[in-house]
Design a protein around this ligand. Structure first.
Ligand SMILES: [Zn+2]
Length: 736
């Protein structure tokens, strides 16, 4: 259980996503700068020396107006109106699956981190210091000659152990071995019902292609992907020295297909009540049936744990009733999940499991093995599955590897260099204003009664914001780094696992962060009731201290609101202000809420961007994120209007109204800022994968699907019946 098969980065249960001052209209003549400098490779060169795939320019007051397509009516396609010129002209780099505002900031972070690492390296630090470890890790990783020369030898000891496994006990030891895949993922987080304790969570895993649909839905695309997958497995099993690699590869696909049948449907799996199953150690072992589960726990350092939370356990009749699960949905998960996977662990042929382990072990370490293995893995995951044609350059992968293993070591330097104190102060103000706006929205809600409102207010008051970077950084004292990239990856994996389980039994560390400062993202943790904004997202186009306030409210304001909104989405709202998973809703308010959220599911189910309208967003799977966006933009807009009401009389009078800039009103700029944040372009394969796996709607629909629910957007852009995005007022949804 030592390494998550999938999504190793999501190690906790988190949902991962300015000032007002009167501004004089800028002089238009000055607003047209000379074009940015370009490199020979066609990258945009920044004054800092970064090379970016798109210009890092945000206009005189925060929006790059040159990227609009003004031939499109805002009411027909608002995303195209704001971003259309950029979308038609931009070409996605060959080593990327998509590109947009998030990726632009990601490129900046990556290059800044590279610079930090290279400077550390150049100073030849002692290998025992943190700086020395970072330098050694990166240098070993980027030394592909040494990796090539080592060949497959570093993997041999474990491969031999896998091939000589004779019993289920031997399998149990392997599943618990660091760096070797396991059909379960496991992680430590706060116990959702006892938030003063940590607990070990067990999650379904085991699918090399990452999602059950690839195995179970017989579309032309999926059948093609399975073929490419077996080709990769055959190559890996040849390398691993299997006698009949093609037959072994076929047995892996067969094994994973049976695991896929046991996997819970993603939309049902979002239900936090159904996925909270606290089992005693004895119950956990009983769930394992004939498989020697006690052995796995022992070998994983979990033998002393009294309790576990197992995320996918067949719901009881009572749970089915309480959660309003349809008979069809209940049948989908019956006997499946972790229980179903245990059964397969006990019953599937040993040879299939051995092939599965060997292929999985080589695949998950492919980046530190010879190029032929790395290439075969890329041909499937990079090209077949996500549409990229070129592997990322080694330095970029080296940065990712260092971030994954020693990320807070680099993060400390990143935060010192790239996060000025004034950003923190401005963010504190913004968060405070968003909170006020949410409080005011709560007062105005007509669908929620007073009892539930009191609980919601209490929850809002207890939100903890974290901004920029953690108070203390990890020092990685006991991690030993040397000159073998393979050994370093194994050591870092072992260190991270031990660090994680060392939290069990300890008091809750409230200062802990689930993301690095240099990560372009944000999150909400329901167990901690906190919203977290790393330094790297606090840059334009999200956060821009020199921009007009409407921009900051529409961009980072919407993102702050989105994260607060997760506390009040269909799942986040199941926890109270202290993070405890308990129902604080009256049945009537819960029913009203469900009716509103069902309507939002219906709206999003109708967005079908692929296969001539046959492949659509799964509105149920994307519901939490869409509630976050809808509530977030609503809070942000309220906060923006409150900021304009400088005398505080509750009305924005004519002299308080925001200035018109370049012919655009404050409200127009506000909605355009939201659109600019989601500027993005996807490869078809990547879009398909996102539609299938969620939970986020593709960016275009995070713009169009949200703004059409705002009366203020209709007024700002004079959107009329007959426009493609038009919704009659009674169909517009306002939840928070
Ligand atoms: Zn989110």
């Amino acid at each position: 259980m030592k390494r998550l098969m999938l999504g190793a980065a999501s190690l906790a249960l988190i949902t991962a996503c300015a000032h007002h001052k009167d501004v004089a209209a800028p002089e238009l003549a000055d607003a047209k700068p000379a074009g940015p400098a370009m490199t020979a490779e066609g990258k945009y060169l920044t004054p800092e020396g970064l090379e970016l795939s798109a210009p890092d320019e945000w206009g005189a007051w925060g929006i790059n107006l040159g990227f609009r397509n003004t031939d499109v009516k805002p009411g027909d396609d608002f995303n195209a109106y704001v971003n259309g010129a950029w979308i038609s002209a931009f070409e996605i780099p060959a080593d990327r699956t998509r590109y947009g505002s998030f990726d632009l900031l990601g490129e900046k972070s990556e290059q800044r981190v590279r610079k930090i690492i290279e400077e550390l390296s150049a100073a030849s630090p002692d290998a025992a210091t943190l700086e020395g470890k970072i330098a050694a890790y990166y240098n070993a990783y980027t030394n592909t000659d040494a990796i090539e020369a080592a060949g497959i030898a570093p993997a041999e000891p474990i491969l031999t152990q896998i091939k000589s496994a004779a019993t289920r006990e031997d399998l149990a030891v392997l599943f618990a071995t660091n760096g070797v895949p396991s059909p379960f993922g496991g992680f430590v987080d706060i116990d959702s019902k006892q938030t003063d304790q940590y607990i070990f969570y067990v999650n379904q895993g085991g699918l090399g292609m990452g999602d059950r649909d690839y195995y179970l839905v017989d579309s032309e695309k999926n059948i093609e992907l399975r073929g490419a997958y077996v080709t990769m497995l055959t190559m890996l099993l040849t390398e691993a020295g299997f006698d009949d690699p093609a037959a072994a590869a076929a047995s892996v696909l067969e094994l994973e297909t049976s695991i896929a049948k046991a996997h819970w449907d993603r939309a049902i799996g979002r239900n936090r009540n159904l996925t909270y199953n606290k089992l005693s150690k004895a119950e956990m072992i009983a769930l394992g049936g004939a498989f020697p589960t006690a052995k796995v726990l022992e070998e994983s350092g979990l033998g002393a744990q009294e309790f576990f939370v197992v995320r996918q356990v067949t719901p009881t009749a009572e749970e089915i009733a309480e959660n309003g699960l349809s008979a069809e949905d209940a049948a989908k998960v019956a006997g499946g999940g972790v229980e179903g996977i245990f059964r397969i662990m006990a019953e599937a042929p040993m040879d299939s499991w051995k092939a599965w382990l060997a292929a999985g072990y080589l695949r998950s370490n492919a980046d530190v093995l010879p190029k032929r293995i790395d290439d075969a893995v890329f041909a499937f995951y990079g090209t077949a599955l996500t549409g990229t044609t070129e592997q990322r350059p080694r330095w970029r992968r080296g940065v990712t590897a260092v971030e994954g293993s020693l990320g807070e070591g680099v993060g400390k330097v990143y935060a010192e260099r790239y996060f000025p104190a004034e950003n923190k102060a401005a963010m504190d103000d913004l968060v405070a204003n968003l909170r006020k706006a949410m409080a005011s929205n709560l007062d105005e809600l007509t669908w929620m009664g007073d009892t539930t409102k009191a609980e919601a207010r209490d929850k809002l008051a207890k939100f903890t914001p974290k901004i920029g970077y953690p108070e203390k950084f990890e020092t990685y004292d006991s991690l030993v780094v040397g000159d073998s990239a393979f050994a370093n990856a194994a050591a870092a994996g072992e260190w991270a696992y031990n660090d994680m389980i060392s939290k069990l039994g300890q008091p809750i560390d409230k200062t802990e962060w689930g993301m690095l400062p240099q990560t372009v993202n944000a999150y909400y943790s329901p167990n901690r009731n906190e919203i977290v904004f790393p330094a790297a997202i606090l840059q334009p186009p999200f956060f821009n201290l020199s921009a007009d306030p409407a921009i900051n409210y529409g961009a980072i304001g919407g993102v702050i609101g989105h994260e607060i909104g997760h506390g009040f989405d269909d799942q986040g709202s199941k926890s109270d202000g202290d993070g405890v998973l308990r129902n604080w809703w009256t049945p009537e308010d819960e029913a009203n809420f469900r009716e509103l959220t069902d309507a939002l599911v219906g709206q999003y189910n109708k967005f079908c961007p692929l296969d001539d309208g046959q492949t659509c967003i799964n509105g149920r799977l994307a519901l939490g994120e869409n509630i976050g966006d809808l509530g977030g933009l609503s809070m942000a807009h309220k906060a923006y209007r409150l900021s304009l009401d400088t005398n505080g009389d509750g009305v924005v009078s004519a002299d308080e109204e925001a200035p018109v800039l370049d012919g655009l009103t404050g409200d127009q700029r506000f909605f355009m800022a939201w659109g600019q944040v989601w500027r993005a372009k996807y490869r078809e394969e990547a879009l398909r994968r996102q539609l299938q796996q969620g939970p986020h709607s593709p960016p275009e629909f995070r713009v169009n699907g949200i703004v059409r629910n705002f009366d203020e957007w209709y007024e700002a852009f004079d959107v009329q019946p007959g426009d493609a995005l038009y919704l009659p007022p009674e169909e517009r949804i306002r939840i928070w």
